[in-house]
Design a protein around this ligand. Structure first.
Ligand SMILES: Nc1ncnc2c1ncn2[C@@H]1O[C@H](COP(=O)(O)OP(=O)(O)OP(=O)(O)O)[C@@H](O)[C@H]1O
Length: 248
């Protein structure tokens, strides 16, 4: 079956700086792939490039078999790619409802369909339903992350890119976010989730793991076939480095 996402030998960077070198990675349908790596390894750059926020210096990106490498970000969104950027990219001054409505603009929906999609999110995320007419900035950190994910879901994606969705959240909220990721996977979504640590592995959310270091993909494996030590070693984190290792 054609994979949800196929990344073939891509390079992405900023001006003269190349931050991701010749990376190839596949995300099969209904599969969650965790992309892990140290600070500055190139995780966000790779996701931003796949989403179309950075120009492809070389290589190609295929969404459900179609080459989207040259398409602008908004067209990729319309094709079913949703990107939740790190740091809760919601509009704090707008209400929760308005943020959700914005999410429906990626793939044009009739007013009736857009309303149905927002109703679905209210059922899925009761705390958002309760605060639908309040400014998004009034939500807790965890609820803002839920809103960011809900905003991505109303785009009816076939591929969801999640950049460190658990970052800065209380442990109980991290568990909620990871439970949601598992649920979305069960519902058939393909997910590429970035993590600096190993939360996704810990909770068994990821089916596959890809490790990136200094812009190079250094390990890809089925999650059940690698140990925490394999991953830590691939990340270039030694036992004496002082960096918290990936836990399992
Ligand atoms: N806007 C930018 N302009 C120039 N260089 C950048 C920019 N963003 C990132 N970089 C550089 O690109 C490299 C990869 O950064 P990137 O943010 O992709 O890493 P990361 O693995 O996501 O790290 P983190 O976990 O800290 O977010 C780093 O050397 C970083 O300094």
């Amino acid at each position: 079956m054609t994979p949800a996402l196929e990344i073939r030998g891509v390079r992405f960077g900023y001006g003269d700086l190349t931050a991701v070198w010749d990376v190839s990675l596949t995300v099969p349908r209904e599969t969650t792939v965790a992309l892990v790596g140290r600070n500055g390894a190139g995780k966000t750059t790779l996701l931003s490039g796949v989403a179309g926020l950075l120009r492809c210096q070389s290589g190609s990106v295929l969404l459900e078999g179609d080459d989207i490498s040259k398409l602008p970000a908004h067209t990729r969104a319309r094709r079913g790619l949703s990107f939740v950027q790190e740091g809760k990219r919601i509009l704090r001054e707008l209400t929760v409802r308005e943020n959700l409505v914005l999410g429906t603009f990626g793939r044009p929906a009739s007013r009736k369909d857009a309303k149905a999609l927002i109703d679905q999110m209210c059922t899925r995320f009761p705390p958002l339903a309760e605060k639908l007419e309040q400014p998004a900035g009034a939500l807790s950190g965890g609820q803002q992350q839920m809103l960011a994910i809900a905003q991505a879901l109303v785009n009816r994606p076939s591929l969801l890119l999640l950049d460190e969705p658990a970052s800065g959240l209380a442990p109980v909220v991290v568990d909620e976010v990871l439970a949601l990721v598992s649920e979305l996977k069960r519902e058939g979504l393909a997910i590429l989730i970035v993590s600096e640590g190993g939360e996704e592995l810990l909770s068994g959310v990821a089916d596959e793991v890809a490790v990136i270091d200094q812009g190079h993909l250094v390990l890809t494996a089925a999650a059940h076939e690698v140990t925490a030590e394999d991953i830590t070693a691939a990340m270039g984190i030694g036992p004496d480095s002082g960096t918290v290792p990936v836990a399992r």
